[in-house]
Write a protein that binds this ligand. Sequence first.
Ligand SMILES: NC(=O)c1ccc[n+]([C@@H]2O[C@H](COP(=O)([O-])OP(=O)(O)OC[C@H]3O[C@@H](n4cnc5c(N)ncnc54)[C@H](OP(=O)(O)O)[C@@H]3O)[C@@H](O)[C@H]2O)c1
Length: 327
Amino acid sequence: MFAVYADRFSSDDPLSGLVVGERPDPEVPDGWTTVEVKAASLNHHDLWSLRGVGLKEEQLPMILGCDAAGLDEDGNDVVVHAVISSPAWEGDETFDPRRSLLSERHQGSFAAKVAVPRRNLVPKPASLTFEQAACLPTAWLTAYRMLFTRGGLKPGETVLVQGAGGGVATAAVVLGRAAGLRVWVTSRDEAKRAKAVGVGAHEAFESGARLPERVDAVVETVGKATWSHSVRSLRPGGRIITSGTTSGADVEDPELTRTFFLQLSVIGSTMGTREELAALMRFLDSTGTRPLIDRTIPFEDAREGFAAMAEGEVFGKIVFTFGQGAR
Ligand SMILES: NC(=O)c1ccc[n+]([C@@H]2O[C@H](COP(=O)([O-])OP(=O)(O)OC[C@H]3O[C@@H](n4cnc5c(N)ncnc54)[C@H](OP(=O)(O)O)[C@@H]3O)[C@@H](O)[C@H]2O)c1
Protein backbone atom coordinates (compact mmCIF):
# COMPACT_ATOMS: atom_id res chain seq x y z
CA MET A 1 0.00 0.00 0.00
CA PHE A 2 1.00 3.67 -0.35
CA ALA A 3 2.91 4.95 2.70
CA VAL A 4 5.14 7.79 3.88
CA TYR A 5 7.82 6.34 6.14
CA ALA A 6 11.21 6.73 7.80
CA ASP A 7 13.92 4.36 6.58
CA ARG A 8 16.83 5.94 8.48
CA PHE A 9 17.50 8.65 11.06
CA SER A 10 19.43 11.88 10.71
CA SER A 11 19.48 14.49 13.46
CA ASP A 12 20.94 17.16 11.12
CA ASP A 13 19.03 16.36 7.92
CA PRO A 14 15.80 14.63 9.00
CA LEU A 15 14.27 14.72 5.51
CA SER A 16 17.08 12.51 4.15
CA GLY A 17 15.43 9.46 5.77
CA LEU A 18 11.92 10.26 4.49
CA VAL A 19 10.49 7.90 1.84
CA VAL A 20 7.24 8.31 -0.10
CA GLY A 21 6.64 4.82 -1.41
CA GLU A 22 5.06 1.44 -0.70
CA ARG A 23 4.82 -0.66 2.47
CA PRO A 24 2.98 -3.90 3.24
CA ASP A 25 -0.60 -3.67 4.54
CA PRO A 26 -0.69 -3.36 8.35
CA GLU A 27 -1.02 -6.40 10.59
CA VAL A 28 -4.28 -6.39 12.55
CA PRO A 29 -4.04 -7.97 16.03
CA ASP A 30 -7.12 -9.21 17.93
CA GLY A 31 -9.28 -6.32 19.07
CA TRP A 32 -7.81 -4.07 16.38
CA THR A 33 -9.32 -2.85 13.14
CA THR A 34 -8.24 -0.91 10.06
CA VAL A 35 -9.14 2.59 8.96
CA GLU A 36 -9.04 3.69 5.34
CA VAL A 37 -7.22 6.99 5.70
CA LYS A 38 -8.87 10.00 4.04
CA ALA A 39 -6.74 12.71 5.63
CA ALA A 40 -3.85 12.89 8.10
CA SER A 41 -2.00 15.85 9.60
CA LEU A 42 1.68 16.48 10.17
CA ASN A 43 3.07 17.07 13.65
CA HIS A 44 6.48 18.04 14.93
CA HIS A 45 6.51 14.49 16.31
CA ASP A 46 7.02 13.22 12.72
CA LEU A 47 10.19 15.32 12.40
CA TRP A 48 11.42 14.07 15.79
CA SER A 49 10.89 10.50 14.49
CA LEU A 50 13.05 11.20 11.41
CA ARG A 51 15.70 12.52 13.81
CA GLY A 52 15.56 9.21 15.71
CA VAL A 53 13.86 10.64 18.82
CA GLY A 54 11.62 7.96 20.39
CA LEU A 55 12.49 5.26 17.83
CA LYS A 56 15.22 2.61 17.57
CA GLU A 57 17.07 1.49 14.39
CA GLU A 58 15.53 -1.99 14.60
CA GLN A 59 12.01 -0.48 14.32
CA LEU A 60 12.76 0.90 10.84
CA PRO A 61 11.16 1.22 8.40
CA MET A 62 8.38 2.97 10.34
CA ILE A 63 5.34 4.55 8.71
CA LEU A 64 5.06 8.07 10.14
CA GLY A 65 1.94 9.93 11.29
CA CYS A 66 -0.04 10.08 14.53
CA ASP A 67 -3.26 11.64 13.26
CA ALA A 68 -5.87 10.30 10.88
CA ALA A 69 -9.50 10.62 9.87
CA GLY A 70 -11.14 8.19 7.51
CA LEU A 71 -13.54 5.28 7.14
CA ASP A 72 -13.82 2.31 9.48
CA GLU A 73 -14.41 -1.22 8.13
CA ASP A 74 -18.20 -0.56 8.01
CA GLY A 75 -17.76 2.69 6.08
CA ASN A 76 -18.44 5.02 9.05
CA ASP A 77 -16.59 8.35 9.29
CA VAL A 78 -14.13 8.15 12.17
CA VAL A 79 -11.26 9.96 13.83
CA VAL A 80 -8.39 7.94 15.30
CA HIS A 81 -7.34 8.55 18.90
CA ALA A 82 -3.55 8.37 18.56
CA VAL A 83 -2.70 7.25 22.12
CA ILE A 84 -2.35 3.46 22.13
CA SER A 85 -2.64 2.17 25.70
CA SER A 86 -1.93 -1.38 26.81
CA PRO A 87 -4.90 -3.77 26.36
CA ALA A 88 -5.72 -4.08 30.08
CA TRP A 89 -5.42 -0.35 30.80
CA GLU A 90 -8.54 1.44 32.07
CA GLY A 91 -9.04 5.15 32.71
CA ASP A 92 -6.93 8.09 31.50
CA GLU A 93 -4.86 6.60 28.67
CA THR A 94 -2.19 9.30 28.97
CA PHE A 95 -1.23 7.98 32.43
CA ASP A 96 -0.54 4.45 31.15
CA PRO A 97 3.26 4.09 31.53
CA ARG A 98 3.23 1.65 28.57
CA ARG A 99 1.25 3.89 26.22
CA SER A 100 2.64 4.86 22.83
CA LEU A 101 1.57 7.08 19.97
CA LEU A 102 0.92 5.76 16.50
CA SER A 103 4.27 5.58 14.63
CA GLU A 104 6.23 4.87 17.86
CA ARG A 105 5.58 1.15 18.42
CA HIS A 106 2.89 0.55 15.79
CA GLN A 107 2.91 1.70 12.17
CA GLY A 108 1.56 5.25 11.72
CA SER A 109 -1.22 6.95 9.81
CA PHE A 110 0.55 8.34 6.70
CA ALA A 111 -0.65 5.43 4.58
CA ALA A 112 -3.64 4.15 2.66
CA LYS A 113 -4.63 2.13 5.75
CA VAL A 114 -3.78 2.24 9.46
CA ALA A 115 -4.41 -0.48 12.06
CA VAL A 116 -5.62 0.69 15.49
CA PRO A 117 -7.34 -0.78 18.54
CA ARG A 118 -11.11 -0.71 17.98
CA ARG A 119 -11.56 1.39 21.13
CA ASN A 120 -9.40 4.15 19.58
CA LEU A 121 -12.06 5.04 16.99
CA VAL A 122 -14.20 8.11 17.69
CA PRO A 123 -17.14 9.01 15.40
CA LYS A 124 -16.42 12.08 13.27
CA PRO A 125 -19.11 14.76 13.51
CA ALA A 126 -20.69 15.51 10.11
CA SER A 127 -19.91 19.20 10.65
CA LEU A 128 -16.16 18.58 10.38
CA THR A 129 -14.46 17.66 7.10
CA PHE A 130 -11.94 14.82 7.08
CA GLU A 131 -9.18 17.43 6.72
CA GLN A 132 -10.39 19.36 9.79
CA ALA A 133 -10.90 16.18 11.81
CA ALA A 134 -7.37 15.00 10.94
CA CYS A 135 -5.94 18.04 12.77
CA LEU A 136 -7.43 17.06 16.10
CA PRO A 137 -5.89 13.89 17.61
CA THR A 138 -2.45 15.32 18.47
CA ALA A 139 -2.04 19.12 18.25
CA TRP A 140 -5.62 20.15 18.99
CA LEU A 141 -6.18 17.52 21.65
CA THR A 142 -2.92 18.52 23.32
CA ALA A 143 -3.96 22.19 23.34
CA TYR A 144 -7.41 21.28 24.71
CA ARG A 145 -5.94 19.29 27.61
CA MET A 146 -3.29 21.95 28.32
CA LEU A 147 -5.85 24.74 28.56
CA PHE A 148 -8.84 23.12 30.18
CA THR A 149 -7.85 19.86 31.93
CA ARG A 150 -4.29 20.39 33.14
CA GLY A 151 -4.30 24.21 33.10
CA GLY A 152 -7.86 24.58 34.47
CA LEU A 153 -8.23 27.91 32.66
CA LYS A 154 -11.49 29.76 33.22
CA PRO A 155 -13.27 32.37 31.06
CA GLY A 156 -11.83 35.82 31.74
CA GLU A 157 -8.34 34.58 32.62
CA THR A 158 -5.34 35.64 30.53
CA VAL A 159 -3.20 33.03 28.82
CA LEU A 160 0.09 33.65 27.01
CA VAL A 161 0.78 31.26 24.12
CA GLN A 162 4.45 31.06 23.13
CA GLY A 163 5.40 30.56 19.44
CA ALA A 164 2.24 31.66 17.66
CA GLY A 165 2.65 29.69 14.45
CA GLY A 166 2.91 26.12 15.77
CA GLY A 167 0.18 23.51 15.46
CA VAL A 168 -0.40 23.28 19.22
CA ALA A 169 0.01 27.05 19.65
CA THR A 170 -2.54 28.01 16.99
CA ALA A 171 -4.96 25.47 18.44
CA ALA A 172 -4.50 27.04 21.90
CA VAL A 173 -5.19 30.50 20.47
CA VAL A 174 -8.37 29.47 18.66
CA LEU A 175 -9.71 27.25 21.47
CA GLY A 176 -8.79 29.78 24.16
CA ARG A 177 -10.58 32.59 22.35
CA ALA A 178 -13.67 30.45 21.78
CA ALA A 179 -13.73 29.56 25.50
CA GLY A 180 -13.70 33.19 26.67
CA LEU A 181 -10.05 33.56 27.65
CA ARG A 182 -7.98 36.68 27.02
CA VAL A 183 -5.35 35.29 24.64
CA TRP A 184 -1.91 36.83 24.21
CA VAL A 185 0.72 35.32 21.92
CA THR A 186 4.38 35.74 21.09
CA SER A 187 6.14 35.07 17.82
CA ARG A 188 9.54 35.85 16.35
CA ASP A 189 7.84 36.69 13.11
CA GLU A 190 5.81 39.84 12.44
CA ALA A 191 3.63 38.17 9.82
CA LYS A 192 2.77 35.34 12.24
CA ARG A 193 1.92 37.88 14.94
CA ALA A 194 -0.52 39.56 12.57
CA LYS A 195 -2.03 36.20 11.59
CA ALA A 196 -2.41 35.22 15.24
CA VAL A 197 -4.46 38.35 15.89
CA GLY A 198 -6.46 37.52 12.75
CA VAL A 199 -7.45 34.12 14.16
CA GLY A 200 -8.40 35.33 17.62
CA ALA A 201 -5.45 36.45 19.74
CA HIS A 202 -6.25 39.69 21.59
CA GLU A 203 -2.64 40.88 21.40
CA ALA A 204 0.59 39.63 19.85
CA PHE A 205 4.09 40.43 21.10
CA GLU A 206 7.62 39.85 19.88
CA SER A 207 9.23 36.77 21.47
CA GLY A 208 10.70 37.82 24.82
CA ALA A 209 8.87 41.19 24.96
CA ARG A 210 7.86 42.74 28.28
CA LEU A 211 4.08 42.31 28.62
CA PRO A 212 1.69 45.08 29.75
CA GLU A 213 0.76 42.95 32.77
CA ARG A 214 1.48 39.49 34.14
CA VAL A 215 -0.66 36.58 32.97
CA ASP A 216 -2.52 33.76 34.74
CA ALA A 217 -1.01 30.97 32.65
CA VAL A 218 1.44 30.24 29.83
CA VAL A 219 1.08 27.57 27.15
CA GLU A 220 4.66 26.39 26.53
CA THR A 221 5.74 24.18 23.62
CA VAL A 222 8.93 26.03 22.59
CA GLY A 223 11.17 25.17 25.57
CA LYS A 224 14.69 26.61 25.89
CA ALA A 225 14.10 29.71 23.73
CA THR A 226 11.05 30.95 25.68
CA TRP A 227 11.16 29.27 29.12
CA SER A 228 12.67 32.15 31.06
CA HIS A 229 10.22 34.60 29.48
CA SER A 230 7.34 32.27 30.36
CA VAL A 231 8.34 32.19 34.04
CA ARG A 232 8.89 35.95 34.17
CA SER A 233 5.50 36.62 32.53
CA LEU A 234 3.43 34.92 35.26
CA ARG A 235 1.54 36.61 38.08
CA PRO A 236 2.17 35.27 41.60
CA GLY A 237 0.47 31.86 41.80
CA GLY A 238 0.37 31.52 38.01
CA ARG A 239 1.05 28.33 36.06
CA ILE A 240 3.03 27.17 33.05
CA ILE A 241 1.55 24.26 31.16
CA THR A 242 4.32 22.59 29.16
CA SER A 243 4.01 19.89 26.50
CA GLY A 244 6.99 20.40 24.22
CA THR A 245 10.51 21.70 23.69
CA THR A 246 10.81 22.51 19.97
CA SER A 247 13.88 24.72 20.53
CA GLY A 248 15.50 22.29 22.99
CA ALA A 249 15.04 21.11 26.58
CA ASP A 250 18.42 22.24 27.97
CA VAL A 251 17.11 25.42 29.59
CA GLU A 252 20.00 27.59 30.83
CA ASP A 253 18.19 29.08 33.84
CA PRO A 254 15.00 27.31 34.97
CA GLU A 255 14.23 30.34 37.20
CA LEU A 256 13.80 28.22 40.34
CA THR A 257 14.02 31.14 42.75
CA ARG A 258 11.22 33.01 41.04
CA THR A 259 9.24 29.75 40.80
CA PHE A 260 9.15 29.15 44.57
CA PHE A 261 9.07 32.81 45.62
CA LEU A 262 6.03 33.58 43.43
CA GLN A 263 4.52 30.13 44.14
CA LEU A 264 4.30 29.26 40.47
CA SER A 265 3.15 25.87 39.17
CA VAL A 266 4.85 24.00 36.35
CA ILE A 267 2.35 21.53 34.90
CA GLY A 268 3.27 18.84 32.39
CA SER A 269 0.69 17.78 29.82
CA THR A 270 0.72 15.10 27.14
CA MET A 271 -1.80 14.42 24.40
CA GLY A 272 -5.29 13.71 25.80
CA THR A 273 -7.79 10.96 26.45
CA ARG A 274 -10.31 9.46 24.05
CA GLU A 275 -13.02 11.20 26.13
CA GLU A 276 -11.24 14.57 25.75
CA LEU A 277 -11.02 14.00 21.98
CA ALA A 278 -14.78 13.40 21.88
CA ALA A 279 -15.35 16.51 24.05
CA LEU A 280 -13.08 18.58 21.78
CA MET A 281 -15.19 17.55 18.80
CA ARG A 282 -18.40 18.48 20.64
CA PHE A 283 -16.81 21.85 21.50
CA LEU A 284 -16.01 22.49 17.81
CA ASP A 285 -19.42 21.26 16.72
CA SER A 286 -21.32 23.49 19.14
CA THR A 287 -19.19 26.66 18.85
CA GLY A 288 -18.58 26.53 15.09
CA THR A 289 -14.84 26.84 15.80
CA ARG A 290 -12.72 25.05 13.21
CA PRO A 291 -9.11 23.80 13.15
CA LEU A 292 -6.70 26.14 11.45
CA ILE A 293 -5.18 24.57 8.34
CA ASP A 294 -2.02 26.13 6.91
CA ARG A 295 -2.19 24.06 3.71
CA THR A 296 -3.60 20.82 2.34
CA ILE A 297 -1.19 18.73 0.24
CA PRO A 298 -1.64 15.45 -1.68
CA PHE A 299 0.07 12.60 0.20
CA GLU A 300 2.40 12.11 -2.80
CA ASP A 301 3.89 15.57 -2.08
CA ALA A 302 4.31 14.97 1.67
CA ARG A 303 8.00 15.96 1.50
CA GLU A 304 6.92 19.56 0.82
CA GLY A 305 4.99 19.64 4.10
CA PHE A 306 7.87 18.15 6.10
CA ALA A 307 10.24 20.75 4.62
CA ALA A 308 7.93 23.63 5.55
CA MET A 309 7.66 22.38 9.13
CA ALA A 310 11.43 21.86 9.39
CA GLU A 311 11.92 25.49 8.27
CA GLY A 312 9.27 26.75 10.72
CA GLU A 313 7.27 28.17 7.80
CA VAL A 314 3.92 27.05 9.13
CA PHE A 315 0.88 28.76 10.58
CA GLY A 316 -1.58 26.11 11.70
CA LYS A 317 -1.74 22.52 10.53
CA ILE A 318 -0.37 20.84 7.42
CA VAL A 319 -2.83 18.24 6.16
CA PHE A 320 -2.21 15.39 3.69
CA THR A 321 -5.07 13.93 1.65
CA PHE A 322 -5.67 11.24 -0.94
CA GLY A 323 -6.82 12.79 -4.24
CA GLN A 324 -10.35 14.11 -4.38
CA GLY A 325 -11.64 11.32 -2.12
CA ALA A 326 -11.61 13.35 1.11
CA ARG A 327 -14.52 15.69 1.64
N1 LIG B 1 3.51 16.23 24.78
C1 LIG B 1 2.63 16.09 23.79
O1 LIG B 1 1.68 15.36 23.89
C2 LIG B 1 2.82 16.90 22.54
C3 LIG B 1 1.79 16.95 21.61
C4 LIG B 1 1.95 17.76 20.49
C5 LIG B 1 3.15 18.48 20.32
N2 LIG B 1 4.13 18.36 21.24
C6 LIG B 1 5.40 19.10 21.09
O2 LIG B 1 5.08 20.48 21.08
C7 LIG B 1 5.98 21.16 20.20
C8 LIG B 1 5.17 21.93 19.18
O3 LIG B 1 4.56 21.02 18.31
P1 LIG B 1 3.87 21.53 17.00
O4 LIG B 1 3.44 20.35 16.20
O5 LIG B 1 2.88 22.57 17.39
O6 LIG B 1 5.19 22.13 16.30
P2 LIG B 1 5.34 23.23 15.27
O7 LIG B 1 4.05 23.41 14.60
O8 LIG B 1 6.53 22.90 14.46
O9 LIG B 1 5.69 24.51 16.24
C9 LIG B 1 6.71 25.33 15.89
C10 LIG B 1 6.59 26.70 16.57
O10 LIG B 1 7.52 26.77 17.62
C11 LIG B 1 8.06 28.07 17.69
N3 LIG B 1 9.53 28.00 17.75
C12 LIG B 1 10.32 27.07 17.21
N4 LIG B 1 11.61 27.34 17.49
C13 LIG B 1 11.62 28.49 18.20
C14 LIG B 1 12.64 29.28 18.77
N5 LIG B 1 13.93 28.97 18.65
N6 LIG B 1 12.28 30.39 19.43
C15 LIG B 1 10.97 30.72 19.56
N7 LIG B 1 9.94 29.97 19.04
C16 LIG B 1 10.28 28.89 18.37
C17 LIG B 1 7.72 28.79 16.40
O11 LIG B 1 6.98 29.93 16.73
P3 LIG B 1 7.23 31.34 15.98
O12 LIG B 1 7.87 31.05 14.66
O13 LIG B 1 5.86 31.89 15.89
O14 LIG B 1 8.11 32.15 16.87
C18 LIG B 1 6.94 27.79 15.60
O15 LIG B 1 5.79 28.35 15.01
C19 LIG B 1 6.87 20.10 19.57
O16 LIG B 1 8.10 20.10 20.26
C20 LIG B 1 6.11 18.81 19.79
O17 LIG B 1 6.95 17.69 19.86
C21 LIG B 1 3.99 17.58 22.35
